[in-house]
Design a protein around this ligand. Structure first.
Ligand SMILES: [Zn+2]
Length: 102
């Protein structure tokens, strides 16, 4: 793999958009999941009456936040990859500093 601008082989993958997207997506997803705490808590409370009271309620809320975190992080990562590829450029040259997409 070579830089199309200067021909250098010192090329690195650009992952800014992906990293930022994963972070933001994860946070947004966790917030959404935590916002769904009521729904999760309700489901947990229903299950909890069988499994053991408050524990089920808490577990339901935590599971909701974790599920939201995972879903949001994946969605954010995908969106970030698109930003990397189409806006920032998926690779960058260490010698001339240019960003480009192969
Ligand atoms: Zn270059």
């Amino acid at each position: 793999m070579r830089c199309p601008h200067c021909g250098s082989s010192k090329v690195r993958a650009n992952r800014w958009g992906e990293r930022v997207g994963t972070g933001i997506g994860g946070l947004a997803g966790a917030a959404t999941g935590w916002g769904g705490l009521c729904a999760g808590a309700e489901a947990g409370a229903v299950a909890g009456t069988c499994l053991g009271g408050p524990l089920g309620t808490v577990a339901g809320g935590i599971l909701g936040a974790l599920a939201g975190l995972a879903t949001g992080a994946v969605a954010g990562s995908k969106a970030g990859q698109l930003v990397d590829e189409h806006i920032i450029g998926s690779h960058a040259c260490r010698d001339c500093g240019e960003s480009f997409t192969l």
